[in-house]
Design a protein around this ligand. Structure first.
Ligand code: CA
Ligand code: CA
Length: 189
């Protein structure tokens, strides 16, 4: 077992993380203690199982997709604190005039789009929409109704008539909705 005190963040690390993610140093320290408490066995990194112990993720219908987003790119099968923070930054509520590169509206839309784009081909199909709807509402709504919701969503968003939603179409469709609020998940208690 490692010594927890040796895992404390250094000042210069905190200020670098502040710049990269837009969290305050206070938030970073709280998230760090959250991180270490999720890190069973003091590895200095988190596994998928560790993530699923976060209640907000465990109960979120898109929880598995959210967890996957932590493991994208070159992270391998464990996520260190820096990687952890930069993904969490996508869910940080945006204050006016305080946007940074990890949670601008554009970034949040990208992140949301990727949630829906299950096969990562940069297009959302009717099937993908339906699959996400299934995950979100489960058995509460009948199959027929789900299909018609997916159908209607494609119809409304699809401008070039290829039956798929591109990122551009996705952004236009969401133009009037408050993405920042919808994408804000409270990780800080
Ligand atoms: Ca796709
Ligand atoms: Ca289209």
């Amino acid at each position: 077992m490692g010594n927890r005190s040796s895992l404390l963040l250094r000042e210069e690390e905190i200020s670098q993380l502040q710049q990269d993610t837009g969290f305050t140093s206070n938030q970073i320290e709280r998230l760090y203690s959250r991180f270490t408490s999720l890190d069973r066995g003091d590895y200095g990194s988190l596994s998928r199982e560790d993530f699923l112990r976060i209640p907000e993720i465990a109960i979120n219908p898109l929880g598995e997709r959210i967890v996957n987003s932590f493991f994208e790119g070159d992270t391998g099968d464990r996520v260190n604190f820096r990687q952890f923070l930069s993904v969490l930054a996508h869910f940080r509520p945006v204050k006016k005039n305080k946007e940074n590169k990890n949670n601008s509206r554009e970034q949040k839309l990208q992140f949301a789009f990727k949630m829906y784009d299950l096969d990562n081909d940069n297009m959302i199909t009717r099937e993908e929409l339906l699959a996400i709807l299934h995950m979100m509402v489960g058995a509460n709504i009948g199959e027929e109704q789900l299909s018609s919701i997916a159908e209607r969503t494609i119809l409304e968003a699809d401008e070039d008539g290829d039956q798929k939603i591109s990122f551009e179409e996705f952004c236009k469709a969401l133009q009037r909705t408050d993405v920042e609020q919808k994408m804000s998940i409270r990780f800080l208690s």
